[in-house]
Each structure stands twice: as C-alpha cells, then as structure tokens.
Write a protein of this length. Structure first.
Ligand code: ADP
Ligand code: 5GP
Length: 183
C-alpha cells in the first residue's frame, strides 16, 4: 500500500510522517519531490527535496519525468518524480507521499486502490497560525500566504479516504497507526 498525506501547511503532516518512519523502521520511505523554492532551516538537497531551478523543473516536465506536479504557491513549483516510486519499491519499501491537496487527489486517481489518501486536519485556523509561527522557519509573508490558502485546502477533505484531526498529538498518532494497521 502507498500512503498519500495531504494537509494545509503547518497542520502536522511532517510530524505524522516522521512518526511513521520511526514507529515502523524499514517499512516506509518518503518520496523526495522536486521543488523550485529555496531550502529552509536544515533542509538538505536530496533529503527533504531536490532543490532545482525553474529551468531545470521545466526540462523535467518536458521529459515527462513527473507523475504529477503543481504550482503550489505563486511561482513555486513542486513535483513528484516517477523515478522515486521505482527507487523506493525496488528497495522493498512502501512509498509515502507528502504533497499538496490537488497533487494528493491527482495521485489517488492515478494510483487507485494501490494507495490510501490521508488528510491531516488542524483543529482550527488559529491553531494553524500558532504552529506556523512557532516553527520559526517561515517568513511572515509566507505564513500569511499559507493561511490564506488553508481554507481552500480544507475544502478538499471529503475527497480523501481517511481524515486524521491533529489536535492532541498522541491521539493523532493513534489514529494514524490504526490506518496503517488497517483497523
Ligand atoms: P506541516 O508538515 O504540515 O507543515 P509540521 O509537522 O511541521 O507541519 O508542524 C507544524 C508545527 O506544529 C511544528 O512546529 C510541529 O512541531 C507543531 N505540531 C505538530 N503537531 C502538533 C500538535 N498536535 N500540537 C501542537 N503542535 C504541533
Ligand atoms: P513546503 O514548502 O512547506 O515543504 O511544501 C509546501 C506544499 O507543497 C506542501 O503542501 C507539500 O505537501 C507540497 N508538496 C511537496 N512536494 C510536492 C509534490 O511533489 N507535488 C505536489 N503537488 N505538492 C507537493
């Protein structure tokens, strides 16, 4: 089973994915996407993302290297490489995707029953703001852009197979484990 994780930025998607990687060692691997945004914090090329130029991104579109891609924020492109699925599955692991809501819905359509799509939901927009500000690695301007987009992203929730509300962290982890263990 492939798992597709989507959420408004700051809802705790990375926290959820890291929980899975630690709880089930060797079982999953996160697909590394391409992006045209600059690295933030301690991000490393090839680990969190392949950080590439817009020109390089366009070249890869032309070469048909992406299973899906989106302009997630104005001028910033993100895309999933077909080669990532092959790389992870040939290593005998299950693929995890961390993509935006449109990318998630597209991937689910493409992958069908091979994938479970999971929407991570913040308890409220106010809490989302607190978490983004608390993370301390995103500019005030980017935080406003992400919050403005969050309401729109939340409207995609009904299109997902499963929903996890990330209010109390331990309860969210429990819900996630139940999905993975097919309970
Ligand atoms: P995303 O990957 O969706 O952008 P993160 O996983 O980076 O979100 O979470 C955003 C911030 O909120 C981080 O600082 C994280 O530690 C914090 N956070 C995540 N889940 C919770 C929670 N249930 N309660 C409080 N803070 C949380
Ligand atoms: P961030 O800049 O915070 O790392 O990511 C911004 C958004 O882009 C997140 O919602 C993330 O899930 C999404 N994203 C990351 N990689 C991809 C991808 O390959 N495709 C799509 N459609 N969205 C992606």
């Amino acid at each position: 089973m492939i798992y597709i994780f989507c959420a408004p930025s700051g809802s705790g998607k990375s926290t959820m994915v890291q929980h899975l990687l630690q709880t089930y060692p060797g079982k999953f691997e996160l697909s590394v996407s391409c992006t045209t945004r600059p690295p933030r914090g301690q991000e490393v090329h090839g680990r969190e993302y392949y950080f590439i130029s817009v020109e390089e991104f366009q070249k890869r579109i032309a070469n048909n290297e992406f299973i899906e891609y989106e302009q997630v924020y104005e001028g910033l492109y993100y895309g999933t490489l077909k080669a990532e699925i092959e790389r992870i599955e040939s290593a005998g692991k299950q693929v995890l995707f961390d993509v935006d809501v449109k990318g998630g819905v597209n991937l689910k359509h493409i992958l069908g029953d091979a994938a479970t799509s999971v929407f991570i939901c913040p308890p409220s927009i106010e809490e989302l703001r607190r978490r983004l500000e608390g993370r301390g690695d995103t500019s005030a301007e980017m935080i406003e852009k992400r919050l403005a987009k969050a309401e729109y992203e939340l409207s995609f929730k009904p299109q997902f197979d499963r929903v996890v509300v990330n209010d109390d962290l331990d309860k969210a982890f429990e819900q996630l484990d139940a999905i993975i263990e097919n309970k």
